[in-house]
Structures are given as C-alpha cells and as structure tokens.
Design a binder for this molecule. Structure first.
Ligand code: FRU
Length: 502
C-alpha cells in the first residue's frame, strides 16, 4: 500500500475517520467483521472524486479508528455499476461458492445495469464471492439473482435469520420510489422468495435507500429483544437533505411490524420531529451495520456527507469521509424505546497530542470566552452544562475570532443546535451554511455533550447518545480555538475536558 501523505493543501483529511486516499466515496457497503478484521467496503469511483463509475472500494481496520486502504474489491464494467449492498460469511457454504474447509464470504450488491447491457436501466440484486477472506472477489455467473424488472430496486442487506420458522437468509432491500422495504428469503443466497413489504410510513420526503434490519436487546436484557428497521431517505431529513430514520418493532421471520408508524399526513414537515432519526445533522447518511461484530455489538457507520452538496465539498484529491463507527443500543426513555449511540472505537488507545485541558464549575457570562490551552483540530470534548438565564449557551470549536462552529443549547426551546454558518468555507453550495436543530432535555438539571472534532467534521452526542448531530465543516487551518459562550445571560459549565489527538 502506498502511504497517505497529508499535504499542506489537504488540511481537511481526517485523522480519526476513514477517507479514501485520492478518490470519491459514498455509502458504506458490505460491513463485516471476519477473521479478526473489520472490513469496510464502500461506494467508490476508482477514477475520480465525484459520484460515478460505482465500484466497491475496500478498507480494513482492527481498532475501528485506523484504516488501511486496499485495491478496489468489486469493479464496475461495461454492463453494470456496483451499487450498495452487504456481505455475509456463508459458514455452511449454503451457496456452494466455497468448500467445507473454505467457506466463502458472499457479497450481495445491486447491479445498476447500463443502457447498453442485457437489462438496460434495471436495478437487480447480484452476487460475488471471496475465498481469501474478502480481498479478491469473483462475480457469480448466474447474476442477477433477484430481478423485479424495476429501475429502483436496490441496496440489499442480508442476514441469517434463526427463529421459530426456521433458519435461512433474509434480504431487506428497497423499492426506493414507492417508499417500501421489501423482504426476501433464501436457503442458498441464489434463489429468493418474496416474503412481505413495509411502508410507506413516517418520513417519505425522498427516496427510501439503504435499509437494515437487526435485533437489539431492550435495556441490555438479551432475553428481551426488539427488531430495528433502518430506512435511509434522500431528501426529506429533519434538517434537509439526506438522513436516516428507524422503526422499532417485531420481525417474525416473514413480516416486520412496528407500533411507531405514522401512515397519514406523511409529507407534513411539522411531523418530522415525531419520527425517530438516527442523526439530526446534515451529514450522516446511508448508515448500516456490521455483520458478525464481536460480542453481539451492533456497530454502524454512516457516510459523512449529504446528496444536496456531496459532489461539491472542497476536499481534494479525496472526497467524503465516513463517520466514526458507532455502537447502537435500545433504551427505554420516558416509556419509549429509543436508539442510543456511542463511539465504538477506543480512543484511549490513541496517542494524545499535547496536554488535555479541563475545568469545573465555571460561570459563563454573556459573550464568547476563549479557553487558552484548549485549541486543537482533532479532539474529543466532554462537557456538562447547567442552564442559567441565558437564552442560548454552548461551545465554539475550530474558531479564530471570526469563524467558528457553534454547538449550543437553547433551554427554553428544548433544542440543541449546530450552527455552521460561520464555520469556514461554505460558499461551494447554497444550502451548506446552515443552523440545524434537534430536541434535547435536561437530565438531573444538566445537559451532557460529547463532541468529536476531526479537521472537517463535528459529531455531537447529546445526553449519552440519545441525540446525535453530525456535520461537515471546512475551517481555515488556523482556526483551532475553543471557546464557551452565552447569549443574553449566564450558564454554568459544570465540567469540561478536552483531549487532543494527532
Ligand atoms: C445512497 C445510494 C444508494 C445507491 C448508491 C449509489 O446514497 O443512492 O441507494 O445504491 O447510493 O451510489
């Protein structure tokens, strides 16, 4: 592998997040933990840094924080682009692609057939297999394996179902323009039977894409499971553009049902706050989970970009990072089952760069207060605030007195905001400069935030991951200041700690 060299012009290249060396990426694909290695495949243009020539790029990690890029895993050709999908370990060699001693990894991906091919304009599901642990792939000669004659049938996520009705493979995919998730069953990954469909429901302001379905224990109790259906959609997110929603319910091996669905008045923007969002920020999309993660952890990654401006973000030669890997769980919060999220990789394993900074019990007066010694551009910030009489208070990161990204609380509105209007370069697209909001409530009288700043992004986890906002930012390299602020009154910073990473 060629080492990645960070040039002075490449000041946006993240340190803790994956980005391809010098090409385009979008959705995470084929996430799997296999033989001690996390594999991240992804939508990749091997020939440029805008969306096109879709193939599966490939990176691996053992700590979920540092990634090694590998050659393209599954390449587009004259007939098809390789759209999103998943990978399973076919341990029992049900597909026959391997042998008893060498069971295969099998990729299930969308063939986006080109006009000149045998299936012009059709999207259908196809297979490829690997006998060397995921590094090289062979396309199945019988492709496609599921073809509905549809131009919008895509993004298959396959998992092994083991339940009362038996043990078999289940595929969830979308009919994107019908706002439908479709469920299929197979014993060999090659022939598939339609089981049922789900939707339209809740957010339908854009095409439904990249679904996922998995069980999670309620409040950590392995004997009490619920199923979570993930549905990404574009556009139609709570703060515009691409976003992911989820439904909590039951899956009986055939059908998914959920009590949290709204089927009337779906397009009403006022309803968006009623739905369950994976992330309220502008830049967390196409999020799906890993197969076979150790210790039954459910780990997810999202693409850290938004189709509104994805091809325009000012990074070079690469374009778009992935989010940090998140562990998700289900918790009962005020009588409702909600997903909560934490960063999965262990940052304490990383080398710290410079001394950490901390303070306790400081009153923040009206105005902006620079914290000497807290500056940095790759950092984890943990903080707890108690409201005073300020109408808004919070923290500014990547600041230089002129620019900065504001992460704040508006207690009377019960909201958390990320304001990137003055975050740095914003003029590459008209909808980038934004102030985005999500609901948040106090717990024991305070607001708790964990923020990961990584050169071109902020990922905010509020109230122990009950609410998250993920946003790209493009500050000047000299903007590394951190300040606390309050507007129209005071607030208390109970605790603040900043850890710096190289
Ligand atoms: C989501 C998506 C998928 C599709 C892929 C193409 O971002 O549109 O539905 O498979 O990207 O790159």
């Amino acid at each position: 592998m060629t080492a990645v060299t960070t040039t002075t012009a490449d000041t946006f290249r993240p340190a803790l997040h994956y980005a391809a060396r010098n090409t385009w990426l979008n959705d995470p694909n084929g996430l799997i933990h296999h033989a001690g290695v996390y594999h991240l495949y992804y939508q990749n243009n091997p020939f440029g840094n805008v969306h096109g020539n879709l193939s599966w790029g490939h990176a691996t990690s053992t700590d979920l924080l540092t990634w090694t890029e590998h050659p393209v895993a599954i390449a587009c050709d004259d007939d098809e682009e390789i759209f999103s999908g998943s990978v399973v370990f076919d341990k029992l060699n049900t597909s026959g692609f391997g042998t008893g001693t060498t069971p295969p990894l099998v990729a299930i991906y969308t063939s986006a057939y080109r006009q000149g091919s045998a299936h012009p304009g059709i999207q259908a599901q196809s297979l490829a297999y690997s006998l060397d642990g995921g590094y090289t792939w062979i396309k199945y000669s019988g492709n496609p394996v599921v073809d509905r004659g549809s131009a919008n049938f895509r993004d298959p996520k396959v998992f092994r179902y083991d339940g009362d009705g038996g043990s078999y493979w289940v595929m969830v995919a979308v009919e994107a323009q019908d706002f439908k998730v479709v469920f299929y069953k197979s014993h060999d990954l090659k022939s598939w039977e339609l089981l049922s469909s789900f939707g339209p429901a809740n957010a339908t302001g854009g095409e439904w894409e990249c679904p996922d379905l998995f069980p999670l224990p309620i409040d950590g109790d392995p004997d009490n499971l619920k199923w979570v259906l993930i549905v990404n959609l574009n556009p139609g997110g709570p703060n515009n553009g691409s976003a992911g929603q989820y439904f909590v319910g039951n899956f009986d091996g055939t059908k998914f049902t959920s009590a949290s669905t709204v089927t009337e008045g779906l397009q009403d923007p006022a309803r968006l706050a009623e739905y369950q969002w994976l992330d309220w920020g502008r830049d967390y999309y196409a999020a799906v989970s890993f197969s076979d993660a150790p210790d039954n952890r459910r780990l997810m990654i999202g693409w850290m970009n938004n189709w509104e401006y994805a091809n325009k973000i000012p990074t070079s030669p690469w374009r778009s990072p992935m989010s940090l890997v998140r562990e998700v769980s289900l918790r009962t919060i005020e009588g409702n089952l909600r997903m909560v999220q934490q960063v999965a990789g262990d940052l304490t394993s990383l080398r710290e760069k410079g001394p950490s900074f901390s303070l306790e019990a400081v009153e923040i007066s009206d105005g902006q207060h620079v914290l000497d010694g807290a500056a940095g551009s790759v950092q984890r910030i943990d903080l707890s605030f108690a409201p005073g009489n300020a109408e808004e208070f919070g923290i500014v990161v990547r600041g230089n007195g002129v620019e900065g990204t504001r992460i704040g609380i508006r207690p009377t509105e019960g909201s958390i905001i990320v304001d990137r209007r003055e975050s740095g370069q914003t003029d590459f697209h008209g909808s980038f400069a934004s102030i985005d909001t999500a609901p948040i409530q106090t717990r024991n009288g305070s607001y708790e935030l964990t923020i990961f700043v990584d050169r071109c992004s902020v990922e905010v986890f509020g109230q122990e991951g009950q609410v998250t906002l993920t946003e790209l930012i493009f500050p000047s390299s000299s903007s590394s200041g951190v300040s606390l602020y309050a507007v129209g009154g005071t607030a208390i910073a109970n605790k603040l700690s900043v850890t710096q990473y190289a």
